[in-house]
Design a binder for this molecule. Structure first.
Ligand SMILES: Nc1nc2c(c(=O)[nH]1)N[C@H]1C(S)=C(S)[C@@H](COP(=O)(O)O)O[C@H]1N2
Ligand SMILES: [Mo]
Length: 406
Protein backbone atom coordinates (compact mmCIF):
# COMPACT_ATOMS: atom_id res chain seq x y z
CA UNK A 1 0.00 0.00 0.00
CA UNK A 2 1.11 3.52 -0.77
CA UNK A 3 2.30 4.78 2.59
CA UNK A 4 4.22 7.55 0.86
CA UNK A 5 0.88 9.11 -0.14
CA UNK A 6 0.71 10.52 3.31
CA UNK A 7 3.34 12.91 4.52
CA UNK A 8 4.38 12.38 8.10
CA UNK A 9 3.95 15.72 9.80
CA UNK A 10 6.25 16.49 12.69
CA UNK A 11 4.70 15.69 16.03
CA UNK A 12 4.22 19.35 16.96
CA UNK A 13 2.11 20.25 13.95
CA UNK A 14 0.27 16.97 14.35
CA UNK A 15 -0.59 17.82 17.92
CA UNK A 16 -1.75 21.22 16.69
CA UNK A 17 -4.00 19.53 14.16
CA UNK A 18 -5.36 17.19 16.76
CA UNK A 19 -6.08 20.12 19.06
CA UNK A 20 -7.79 21.92 16.20
CA UNK A 21 -9.86 18.86 15.36
CA UNK A 22 -10.87 18.72 19.00
CA UNK A 23 -12.10 22.31 18.69
CA UNK A 24 -13.93 21.46 15.49
CA UNK A 25 -15.91 18.83 17.28
CA UNK A 26 -16.38 20.66 20.56
CA UNK A 27 -19.90 20.33 21.85
CA UNK A 28 -20.17 16.91 20.33
CA UNK A 29 -18.66 14.64 22.94
CA UNK A 30 -19.62 11.57 20.99
CA UNK A 31 -17.07 12.59 18.39
CA UNK A 32 -14.35 14.20 20.44
CA UNK A 33 -13.63 11.14 22.57
CA UNK A 34 -12.31 9.52 19.44
CA UNK A 35 -9.25 11.78 19.58
CA UNK A 36 -8.51 11.63 23.26
CA UNK A 37 -5.97 8.89 22.92
CA UNK A 38 -3.77 10.80 20.52
CA UNK A 39 -0.36 12.12 21.43
CA UNK A 40 -0.18 10.53 24.86
CA UNK A 41 3.17 9.35 26.13
CA UNK A 42 3.22 6.62 28.70
CA UNK A 43 6.15 6.27 31.06
CA UNK A 44 5.92 3.24 33.32
CA UNK A 45 5.31 0.60 30.66
CA UNK A 46 7.45 -2.54 30.60
CA UNK A 47 10.03 -2.41 27.76
CA UNK A 48 8.17 -5.18 25.89
CA UNK A 49 5.10 -2.92 25.68
CA UNK A 50 6.65 0.52 25.30
CA UNK A 51 4.58 1.50 22.24
CA UNK A 52 1.30 1.11 24.10
CA UNK A 53 -0.84 3.65 25.93
CA UNK A 54 -0.86 2.99 29.66
CA UNK A 55 -4.27 3.01 31.35
CA UNK A 56 -3.21 1.66 34.72
CA UNK A 57 0.07 0.39 36.10
CA UNK A 58 -1.37 -1.56 39.06
CA UNK A 59 -2.75 -3.76 37.70
CA UNK A 60 -1.04 -3.32 34.33
CA UNK A 61 -3.53 -2.30 31.65
CA UNK A 62 -2.39 -0.90 28.31
CA UNK A 63 -3.78 -0.62 24.80
CA UNK A 64 -2.49 0.02 21.27
CA UNK A 65 -3.38 3.01 19.14
CA UNK A 66 -5.28 1.89 16.01
CA UNK A 67 -2.41 2.69 13.62
CA UNK A 68 -0.16 0.31 15.58
CA UNK A 69 -2.52 -2.55 14.76
CA UNK A 70 -1.86 -2.55 11.01
CA UNK A 71 -0.15 -5.96 10.91
CA UNK A 72 -2.15 -8.99 9.77
CA UNK A 73 -0.73 -10.84 12.78
CA UNK A 74 -0.56 -8.58 15.84
CA UNK A 75 3.02 -8.53 17.17
CA UNK A 76 3.41 -9.19 20.91
CA UNK A 77 4.73 -5.66 21.47
CA UNK A 78 1.44 -4.20 20.19
CA UNK A 79 -0.94 -6.63 21.84
CA UNK A 80 -2.99 -4.99 24.59
CA UNK A 81 -2.62 -6.16 28.19
CA UNK A 82 -5.60 -6.46 30.49
CA UNK A 83 -4.96 -7.61 34.04
CA UNK A 84 -7.49 -7.80 36.85
CA UNK A 85 -4.93 -8.75 39.47
CA UNK A 86 -1.19 -9.02 39.97
CA UNK A 87 0.66 -10.92 37.25
CA UNK A 88 2.36 -14.03 38.59
CA UNK A 89 6.04 -14.70 38.05
CA UNK A 90 6.25 -18.34 36.98
CA UNK A 91 9.73 -19.74 36.54
CA UNK A 92 8.84 -23.39 35.87
CA UNK A 93 9.80 -24.98 32.54
CA UNK A 94 6.74 -24.60 30.34
CA UNK A 95 6.30 -28.31 29.59
CA UNK A 96 6.27 -29.14 33.31
CA UNK A 97 3.35 -26.83 34.13
CA UNK A 98 0.34 -28.88 35.25
CA UNK A 99 -3.28 -28.12 34.43
CA UNK A 100 -5.89 -29.88 36.51
CA UNK A 101 -9.27 -30.89 35.08
CA UNK A 102 -12.06 -31.83 37.47
CA UNK A 103 -15.77 -31.50 38.20
CA UNK A 104 -18.37 -33.06 35.88
CA UNK A 105 -15.91 -35.36 34.12
CA UNK A 106 -15.54 -39.14 34.03
CA UNK A 107 -11.94 -38.93 35.19
CA UNK A 108 -10.07 -36.15 36.89
CA UNK A 109 -6.84 -35.32 35.13
CA UNK A 110 -3.62 -33.54 35.86
CA UNK A 111 -1.92 -32.90 32.53
CA UNK A 112 1.48 -31.33 31.98
CA UNK A 113 1.79 -29.03 28.98
CA UNK A 114 4.32 -31.57 27.71
CA UNK A 115 1.54 -34.21 27.88
CA UNK A 116 -0.88 -31.94 26.00
CA UNK A 117 1.64 -31.57 23.20
CA UNK A 118 2.15 -35.34 22.99
CA UNK A 119 -1.42 -36.54 23.39
CA UNK A 120 -3.31 -34.06 21.22
CA UNK A 121 -2.99 -32.41 17.84
CA UNK A 122 -1.16 -29.09 18.18
CA UNK A 123 -2.83 -26.41 16.06
CA UNK A 124 -2.16 -22.77 15.19
CA UNK A 125 -4.92 -20.23 14.57
CA UNK A 126 -5.29 -16.50 14.44
CA UNK A 127 -8.13 -15.63 16.80
CA UNK A 128 -9.25 -12.11 17.72
CA UNK A 129 -8.99 -11.32 21.41
CA UNK A 130 -10.99 -8.23 22.38
CA UNK A 131 -11.72 -6.93 25.86
CA UNK A 132 -15.45 -6.59 26.58
CA UNK A 133 -14.69 -3.04 27.72
CA UNK A 134 -12.93 -1.96 24.51
CA UNK A 135 -14.46 1.43 23.58
CA UNK A 136 -15.57 2.16 27.15
CA UNK A 137 -14.23 5.73 26.89
CA UNK A 138 -17.07 6.49 24.45
CA UNK A 139 -19.94 6.07 26.90
CA UNK A 140 -21.90 9.10 28.14
CA UNK A 141 -22.53 9.37 31.00
CA UNK A 142 -19.05 8.05 31.68
CA UNK A 143 -18.65 4.73 33.41
CA UNK A 144 -15.89 3.62 35.75
CA UNK A 145 -13.18 1.18 34.74
CA UNK A 146 -10.22 1.32 32.35
CA UNK A 147 -10.98 3.95 29.73
CA UNK A 148 -10.16 1.81 26.68
CA UNK A 149 -10.55 3.64 23.38
CA UNK A 150 -10.04 1.32 20.38
CA UNK A 151 -6.95 -0.72 21.05
CA UNK A 152 -8.03 -3.41 23.54
CA UNK A 153 -8.06 -5.84 20.64
CA UNK A 154 -5.56 -7.84 18.63
CA UNK A 155 -5.26 -10.93 16.48
CA UNK A 156 -2.04 -12.85 17.18
CA UNK A 157 -1.29 -16.36 16.00
CA UNK A 158 -2.00 -18.74 18.88
CA UNK A 159 -0.51 -22.22 19.23
CA UNK A 160 -2.09 -24.89 21.37
CA UNK A 161 -4.54 -27.78 21.54
CA UNK A 162 -8.29 -27.94 21.07
CA UNK A 163 -10.22 -27.83 24.32
CA UNK A 164 -12.68 -30.39 22.95
CA UNK A 165 -9.88 -32.95 22.44
CA UNK A 166 -8.81 -32.54 26.06
CA UNK A 167 -12.38 -32.55 27.37
CA UNK A 168 -13.29 -35.67 25.39
CA UNK A 169 -10.22 -37.36 26.85
CA UNK A 170 -11.45 -36.49 30.34
CA UNK A 171 -15.01 -37.53 29.42
CA UNK A 172 -17.53 -34.73 29.86
CA UNK A 173 -20.58 -35.87 31.86
CA UNK A 174 -24.07 -35.12 30.54
CA UNK A 175 -24.58 -32.94 33.64
CA UNK A 176 -21.84 -30.52 32.44
CA UNK A 177 -23.05 -26.97 31.82
CA UNK A 178 -20.07 -24.65 32.07
CA UNK A 179 -16.29 -24.64 31.84
CA UNK A 180 -14.69 -22.54 34.57
CA UNK A 181 -11.06 -21.50 34.80
CA UNK A 182 -8.86 -20.90 37.83
CA UNK A 183 -5.61 -19.02 37.43
CA UNK A 184 -2.33 -18.36 39.17
CA UNK A 185 -2.56 -14.55 39.36
CA UNK A 186 -3.14 -12.83 42.71
CA UNK A 187 -6.00 -10.66 43.85
CA UNK A 188 -5.06 -6.96 44.08
CA UNK A 189 -5.58 -7.07 47.86
CA UNK A 190 -2.83 -9.70 48.16
CA UNK A 191 -5.32 -12.01 49.92
CA UNK A 192 -4.32 -15.53 48.74
CA UNK A 193 -7.88 -16.77 49.41
CA UNK A 194 -9.31 -14.44 46.78
CA UNK A 195 -9.23 -14.92 43.01
CA UNK A 196 -8.48 -11.93 40.80
CA UNK A 197 -10.85 -13.42 38.25
CA UNK A 198 -12.35 -16.86 37.64
CA UNK A 199 -14.69 -16.96 34.69
CA UNK A 200 -15.51 -19.36 31.87
CA UNK A 201 -18.06 -20.16 29.18
CA UNK A 202 -20.84 -22.62 28.33
CA UNK A 203 -19.67 -26.20 27.70
CA UNK A 204 -21.04 -26.04 24.12
CA UNK A 205 -18.64 -23.17 23.43
CA UNK A 206 -15.78 -25.18 24.93
CA UNK A 207 -16.56 -28.03 22.50
CA UNK A 208 -16.32 -25.78 19.41
CA UNK A 209 -13.44 -26.27 16.96
CA UNK A 210 -11.48 -23.11 17.77
CA UNK A 211 -11.72 -23.05 21.56
CA UNK A 212 -8.20 -23.79 22.74
CA UNK A 213 -5.68 -24.18 25.52
CA UNK A 214 -2.72 -22.25 24.11
CA UNK A 215 0.93 -22.11 25.11
CA UNK A 216 2.41 -20.22 22.16
CA UNK A 217 1.89 -16.82 20.55
CA UNK A 218 3.41 -15.76 17.22
CA UNK A 219 5.83 -18.66 17.17
CA UNK A 220 7.18 -18.15 20.68
CA UNK A 221 6.15 -19.40 24.11
CA UNK A 222 3.43 -17.19 25.63
CA UNK A 223 4.94 -14.19 27.38
CA UNK A 224 4.28 -13.49 31.05
CA UNK A 225 1.83 -10.65 30.24
CA UNK A 226 -0.27 -12.91 28.02
CA UNK A 227 -0.51 -15.85 30.39
CA UNK A 228 2.70 -17.91 30.46
CA UNK A 229 2.76 -20.90 30.69
CA UNK A 230 -0.80 -21.53 29.35
CA UNK A 231 -4.09 -19.76 28.75
CA UNK A 232 -7.51 -20.31 27.27
CA UNK A 233 -8.67 -18.80 24.00
CA UNK A 234 -12.44 -18.52 23.74
CA UNK A 235 -13.14 -17.14 20.24
CA UNK A 236 -15.79 -14.47 19.81
CA UNK A 237 -16.42 -14.06 23.54
CA UNK A 238 -15.20 -11.10 25.61
CA UNK A 239 -11.48 -11.40 26.40
CA UNK A 240 -12.28 -12.13 30.06
CA UNK A 241 -13.37 -15.65 29.04
CA UNK A 242 -9.81 -16.39 27.90
CA UNK A 243 -8.19 -17.09 31.26
CA UNK A 244 -4.44 -16.54 31.55
CA UNK A 245 -1.91 -18.40 33.77
CA UNK A 246 -4.25 -21.38 33.59
CA UNK A 247 -4.13 -23.80 36.55
CA UNK A 248 -7.42 -25.59 36.63
CA UNK A 249 -10.44 -26.30 34.44
CA UNK A 250 -13.45 -26.99 36.61
CA UNK A 251 -16.36 -28.48 34.65
CA UNK A 252 -19.47 -27.27 36.37
CA UNK A 253 -23.02 -28.61 36.43
CA UNK A 254 -24.33 -25.06 36.66
CA UNK A 255 -23.31 -21.62 35.37
CA UNK A 256 -20.00 -20.77 37.03
CA UNK A 257 -20.17 -18.36 39.97
CA UNK A 258 -16.46 -17.47 40.33
CA UNK A 259 -14.90 -14.02 40.73
CA UNK A 260 -16.27 -11.51 38.19
CA UNK A 261 -19.05 -13.78 36.93
CA UNK A 262 -21.81 -11.94 38.78
CA UNK A 263 -23.03 -8.43 39.58
CA UNK A 264 -22.05 -5.87 36.95
CA UNK A 265 -18.83 -7.62 35.84
CA UNK A 266 -18.85 -8.60 32.17
CA UNK A 267 -22.64 -8.43 32.24
CA UNK A 268 -25.11 -6.14 30.46
CA UNK A 269 -28.80 -5.35 31.06
CA UNK A 270 -31.33 -7.88 29.73
CA UNK A 271 -33.23 -5.01 28.10
CA UNK A 272 -32.14 -1.62 26.68
CA UNK A 273 -31.74 1.05 29.39
CA UNK A 274 -31.70 4.85 29.41
CA UNK A 275 -28.11 6.22 29.59
CA UNK A 276 -27.19 6.49 33.27
CA UNK A 277 -30.10 4.37 34.47
CA UNK A 278 -29.61 2.25 37.58
CA UNK A 279 -30.11 -1.41 36.75
CA UNK A 280 -30.77 -4.06 39.38
CA UNK A 281 -28.18 -6.87 39.43
CA UNK A 282 -30.83 -9.49 38.76
CA UNK A 283 -31.52 -7.84 35.42
CA UNK A 284 -27.94 -8.22 34.25
CA UNK A 285 -26.93 -11.09 31.93
CA UNK A 286 -23.54 -12.55 31.02
CA UNK A 287 -22.01 -11.32 27.75
CA UNK A 288 -21.55 -14.07 25.18
CA UNK A 289 -20.75 -13.18 21.54
CA UNK A 290 -18.96 -9.88 20.95
CA UNK A 291 -20.55 -7.61 18.32
CA UNK A 292 -19.36 -6.87 14.77
CA UNK A 293 -16.60 -4.24 14.71
CA UNK A 294 -13.87 -2.64 12.61
CA UNK A 295 -10.67 -0.65 12.99
CA UNK A 296 -9.01 1.87 10.67
CA UNK A 297 -5.33 1.03 11.01
CA UNK A 298 -4.06 3.32 8.25
CA UNK A 299 -3.75 6.25 8.00
CA UNK A 300 -3.17 7.32 11.56
CA UNK A 301 -5.85 9.73 12.73
CA UNK A 302 -4.60 13.29 12.34
CA UNK A 303 -2.32 12.67 9.36
CA UNK A 304 -2.14 14.96 6.34
CA UNK A 305 -3.05 13.79 2.85
CA UNK A 306 -1.27 15.43 -0.06
CA UNK A 307 -3.71 16.47 -2.80
CA UNK A 308 -0.99 15.76 -5.39
CA UNK A 309 -1.65 12.05 -4.73
CA UNK A 310 -4.67 10.73 -6.57
CA UNK A 311 -6.28 8.47 -4.02
CA UNK A 312 -6.56 8.21 -0.28
CA UNK A 313 -6.37 4.51 0.50
CA UNK A 314 -7.50 3.74 4.06
CA UNK A 315 -7.37 0.21 5.36
CA UNK A 316 -8.01 -1.78 8.50
CA UNK A 317 -9.57 -4.92 9.93
CA UNK A 318 -13.06 -6.15 10.70
CA UNK A 319 -14.32 -9.02 12.88
CA UNK A 320 -17.38 -10.34 14.67
CA UNK A 321 -18.03 -12.77 17.51
CA UNK A 322 -20.83 -14.34 15.45
CA UNK A 323 -18.92 -15.59 12.41
CA UNK A 324 -17.42 -13.89 9.37
CA UNK A 325 -17.74 -10.25 8.34
CA UNK A 326 -19.51 -10.06 4.96
CA UNK A 327 -18.97 -6.42 4.01
CA UNK A 328 -17.26 -3.20 5.06
CA UNK A 329 -18.45 0.22 3.88
CA UNK A 330 -16.40 3.40 4.00
CA UNK A 331 -17.53 7.03 3.97
CA UNK A 332 -15.46 10.18 3.51
CA UNK A 333 -18.35 12.62 3.93
CA UNK A 334 -19.84 11.91 7.33
CA UNK A 335 -21.99 9.09 6.07
CA UNK A 336 -23.72 10.95 3.26
CA UNK A 337 -22.47 8.33 0.83
CA UNK A 338 -20.68 5.03 1.20
CA UNK A 339 -18.38 2.92 -0.92
CA UNK A 340 -17.88 -0.79 -0.47
CA UNK A 341 -14.39 -1.70 0.66
CA UNK A 342 -12.41 -4.65 -0.63
CA UNK A 343 -12.67 -7.35 2.03
CA UNK A 344 -10.45 -10.39 2.47
CA UNK A 345 -11.59 -13.76 3.79
CA UNK A 346 -10.46 -14.74 7.30
CA UNK A 347 -7.40 -17.04 7.38
CA UNK A 348 -9.43 -19.24 9.74
CA UNK A 349 -12.73 -18.75 11.60
CA UNK A 350 -12.56 -15.92 14.20
CA UNK A 351 -9.50 -14.27 12.59
CA UNK A 352 -9.93 -10.62 11.69
CA UNK A 353 -10.31 -9.70 8.03
CA UNK A 354 -8.35 -7.06 6.13
CA UNK A 355 -10.37 -4.38 4.32
CA UNK A 356 -9.10 -1.59 2.08
CA UNK A 357 -10.61 1.17 -0.01
CA UNK A 358 -9.57 3.98 -2.36
CA UNK A 359 -11.23 7.34 -2.76
CA UNK A 360 -10.54 10.45 -4.77
CA UNK A 361 -10.49 13.48 -2.48
CA UNK A 362 -12.25 16.27 -4.44
CA UNK A 363 -10.94 19.37 -2.70
CA UNK A 364 -8.51 20.17 0.12
CA UNK A 365 -9.90 20.38 3.63
CA UNK A 366 -10.90 18.41 6.72
CA UNK A 367 -12.21 14.91 6.23
CA UNK A 368 -13.25 12.05 8.44
CA UNK A 369 -12.99 8.47 7.30
CA UNK A 370 -15.71 6.25 8.71
CA UNK A 371 -15.79 2.47 8.41
CA UNK A 372 -18.68 0.16 9.26
CA UNK A 373 -18.71 -3.62 9.08
CA UNK A 374 -21.64 -6.01 8.60
CA UNK A 375 -21.46 -9.66 9.67
CA UNK A 376 -23.05 -12.86 8.39
CA UNK A 377 -25.99 -12.44 10.79
CA UNK A 378 -26.82 -9.14 9.02
CA UNK A 379 -25.85 -7.00 12.02
CA UNK A 380 -23.99 -3.79 11.27
CA UNK A 381 -21.95 -1.38 13.37
CA UNK A 382 -24.05 1.55 14.60
CA UNK A 383 -23.03 5.16 13.95
CA UNK A 384 -23.24 6.11 17.62
CA UNK A 385 -22.18 4.39 20.81
CA UNK A 386 -24.91 1.78 21.27
CA UNK A 387 -26.67 0.40 24.33
CA UNK A 388 -25.40 2.31 27.34
CA UNK A 389 -24.77 -0.12 30.22
CA UNK A 390 -23.47 0.33 33.78
CA UNK A 391 -19.90 -0.86 33.08
CA UNK A 392 -19.50 0.29 29.50
CA UNK A 393 -19.21 -2.96 27.56
CA UNK A 394 -19.79 -3.72 23.87
CA UNK A 395 -19.21 -0.33 22.26
CA UNK A 396 -18.99 -1.27 18.59
CA UNK A 397 -19.65 2.18 17.09
CA UNK A 398 -18.18 2.73 13.62
CA UNK A 399 -14.46 3.38 13.33
CA UNK A 400 -13.58 7.05 12.63
CA UNK A 401 -10.41 8.96 11.92
CA UNK A 402 -9.58 12.54 10.90
CA UNK A 403 -7.54 13.42 7.80
CA UNK A 404 -6.47 16.89 6.61
CA UNK A 405 -6.13 17.09 2.82
CA UNK A 406 -3.58 19.79 1.87
N1 LIG B 1 -6.03 -15.08 35.04
C1 LIG B 1 -6.47 -14.03 34.35
N2 LIG B 1 -6.94 -14.21 33.11
C2 LIG B 1 -7.38 -13.16 32.39
C3 LIG B 1 -7.39 -11.85 32.95
C4 LIG B 1 -6.87 -11.68 34.26
O1 LIG B 1 -6.80 -10.58 34.80
N3 LIG B 1 -6.41 -12.80 34.93
N4 LIG B 1 -7.92 -10.81 32.23
C5 LIG B 1 -8.91 -11.19 31.22
C6 LIG B 1 -9.36 -10.09 30.39
S1 LIG B 1 -10.53 -9.07 31.06
C7 LIG B 1 -8.93 -9.96 29.10
S2 LIG B 1 -9.58 -8.77 28.09
C8 LIG B 1 -7.87 -10.82 28.54
C9 LIG B 1 -6.69 -9.98 28.11
O2 LIG B 1 -5.69 -10.76 27.56
P1 LIG B 1 -4.26 -10.14 27.25
O3 LIG B 1 -3.80 -9.39 28.46
O4 LIG B 1 -3.39 -11.28 26.87
O5 LIG B 1 -4.43 -9.18 26.09
O6 LIG B 1 -7.41 -11.78 29.47
C10 LIG B 1 -8.38 -12.31 30.34
N5 LIG B 1 -7.82 -13.37 31.14
MO1 LIG C 1 -11.34 -7.69 29.36
Amino acid sequence: MADEDIEKTDSKSRRQFVRNSLLTVLGSELVSWQYLALGKESPGLPPSKKELRLLNSRPLNAEAMPHLLDDQITPASRMFVRNNGIMPEINKAQDDWVIKIDGSVDRELSLRIGDLRKKFQVISAQVVLECGGNGRAGFRPRVRGNQWTFGAVGCPLWEGVRLKDVLKYAGVKSSAVYLAYYSHDNHLSGDPEKDAISRGFPIEKAMEDWSMIVFGMNGKPLSREHGFPARLICPGFPGSASGKWLQRLYIRDKVHDGAKMGGYSYRVPEFPVRPGEKVAKEHMKIIHEMPVKSLITWPESGEQFLMSKKYLEPRGFAWSGSGPVTSVDVSFNFGQSWIQAKLEKPVNPFAWQRWSAAVKIPVRGYYEVWARATDATGRQQPMLVPGWNPRGYLNNAMARIAVQAV
